[in-house]
Write a protein that binds this ligand. Structure first.
Ligand code: SF4
Length: 344
């Protein structure tokens, strides 16, 4: 199934664990991606693209992209990579698909594999960086170091490829300080985009075993929202857009018992965006005790962020101002990121 991301239409091709040199302790791609969507044979790839092309919304969408997710693409044998990318090439040549993206590990980008990506016109490579702390990487059995990440980002940039960085707060050995240090180091690498996937304990993983044995404690949802908020603000202040926060709710992930523990929330990204917005508008709110009842005015598109998930944003504003919000009125004359209030 194709997905709209920003102004692009993504046609995802899932290759769960293919090319992975081993299993990282937190990972269960077959649950995350939906086994039924494991599509790596050229015919499967063509069928998936054809199905997307036949959908109504495909016609009017400008940026159409095929994305290989869920494994270590560049650790696959060269012939296999060429077969998969070769199935997409005719669509790129005809202008039906505008770009190709894929995800891989930072330690699997040899020059010959990079040559293949360049030859087939891959435009974006997303690196599963997870952390820039070598102890965290070691505990997670990642099998690579932060040096590999630095090298990978530089190699991709030298080839003119766009670079995405995926980070996982809350891995074993991680903490708020350690993760924000990771974020600072990622800012220093200046990737084109980032994704935040807070660590979940998924059935069938080594992490699930550690959790059951009391060796691992996952982050709480409240701390996760705060940490992702700080990370997002720091990355985006440096011009690095955060394009995803939290795993997609695939049917297999949501199946009862698959997520054993951890900060799962179906709208984690919205919780974080709302928390960021509330911090931005805070200076425009009345100080504590100044008013008993207020009416807020805000740009129409920002009202959901102010209201928050199940009105939690409104409750937060009422707590920090001591004023009950009687109404929120849409007003596009208010600058973005601000609110105005009227005391009743
Ligand atoms: S995290 Fe990436 S490299 Fe590790 S097992 Fe999962 S898909 Fe493979």
């Amino acid at each position: 199934m194709s997905k709209r991301v920003g102004k692009r239409l993504i046609i995802p091709i899932f290759i769960p664990h293919q090319g992975c040199p081993h299993r990282c302790i937190f990972c269960q791609q077959k649950t995350i991606a939906n086994l039924s969507e494991n599509l790596s044979a050229p015919d499967d790839i063509r069928n998936t693209i054809e199905l997307a092309i036949s959908s109504k919304r495909f016609v009017n969408q400008k940026g159409k992209e095929v994305a290989f997710y869920g494994g270590t693409f560049t650790s696959l044998p060269a012939a296999f990579m060429i077969r998969m990318l070769g199935s997409v090439r005719p669509y790129v040549e005809k202008g039906i698909i505008q770009s190709i993206r894929l995800s891989t590990r930072p330690d699997s980008l040899s020059e010959d594999k990079l040559d293949i990506l360049e030859t087939f016109g891959v435009s974006t490579v997303e690196l599963g960086v997870q952390s820039m702390n070598d102890k965290v990487l070691r505990l997670s059995n990642r099998g690579h170091t932060s040096r590999d990440t630095i090298h990978a980002v530089n190699s991709l940039k030298e080839r003119g490829l766009r670079v995405g960085i995926q980070l996982m707060p809350g891995l074993p050995g991680d903490s708020q300080e350690v993760f924000m240090d990771t974020v600072d180091r990622v800012v220093g690498l200046n990737p084109d985009m980032a994704r935040l996937y807070p660590t979940l304990v998924i059935k069938g993983t080594k992490l699930a075993q550690w959790y059951k044995e009391g060796k691992y404690t996952p982050m709480r949802i409240k701390d996760t929202v705060n940490l992702c908020k700080e990370a997002c603000m720091r990355l985006e202040a440096s011009g690095i857009p955060v394009i995803r926060i939290g795993l997609m709710s695939s049917p297999s992930l949501l199946r009862k018992g698959e997520i054993i523990a951890g900060p799962w929330h179906p709208s984690l990204g919205f919780l974080v965006r709302s928390a960021i917005h509330l911090e931005r508008v805070r200076p425009y709110l009345p100080p504590m005790g100044e008013a008993k009842h207020i009416i807020l005015r805000a740009p129409k598109g920002e009202i959901p962020l102010i209201m928050g998930y199940k009105r939690s944003g409104m409750r937060h504003i009422e707590t920090i101002t001591g004023a009950m919000i009687k109404d929120i009125v849409p007003d596009d004359s208010i600058p973005s990121g601000e609110v105005a209030f009227k005391i009743l």
